[in-house]
Design a protein around this ligand. Sequence first.
Ligand code: NAD
Length: 243
Amino acid sequence: MRIALLGYGKMGKMIERIARERGHEIVLIVDENNRANVTSDQLKKAEVAIEFTMPAVAVANYKWCFDNGVPVVSGTTGWLEQWDEVMTYCQEKKGGFFYASNFSIGVNIFFQLNKYLARMMNGFNEYKVFIEETHHIHKLDAPSGTAITIAEGILGNHDGYHSWQLDQGKQLPEGVLPVAAKRIGEVPGIHAVTYKSEADEIEIRHSAVSREGFARGALLAAEFLKGKTGVFGMEDMLSLEKK
Ligand code: NAD
């Protein structure tokens, strides 16, 4: 498969290595230094683009791909307030888009476990739930896109919570789910969901050992997306429930 890499940082470089191992060809590499000089004709040589950049530039990159008929897989986080705009543009241009806030297979199984646990805990109001995520100090957004997906999984499956909020040490109103974000060293990503009562605690936790799981998942997504139009996520690729 001919791949364009948009973003050539920690993720872009890892994806490049694994893509070559899997026999794919990298036909274009774009980062902030050459973005202004890259042409649409160069992009069009790719069958799929894989985009891991920064919140401020991701949406412009997606539009560039849709404009040129190149389906795009993206893992960039922190731009989701523009989700509707991207969906409309993608539909207008009959584009292909695969988005995941987290491409790790393990995290996506964790997402399902989280929703299942939320349904089990629904009604046991003596348990208060909170989310904590820990990432490396270079991460630009907080809370992580993964933590937001976890929070939405709880809101959709537990009647005791109607919204989430970044935990800044203040008491939150009833029904607001606290999400704490810690930034420590080079931690690739830890997410924990805890249900705490006076008597005990139940905790589920996912800890990424390296970024390799994200890169492998993004490449599987690119192989899945090639030749498709429409919007897809990990649930489509892994046949997991969407609720
Ligand atoms: P990084 O800072 O190492 O790399 C960012 C890259 O984007 C750099 O190469 C930079 O030159 C490039 N860039 C900036 N502007 C650009 C533009 N206009 N066009 C093309 N490239 C441009 O970051 P990273 O660790 O590789 O992470 C990238 C993004 O992916 C972040 O948003 C991060 O949160 C997210 N991420 C998602 C997952 C997932 O599974 N979804 C996993 C890891 C990281």
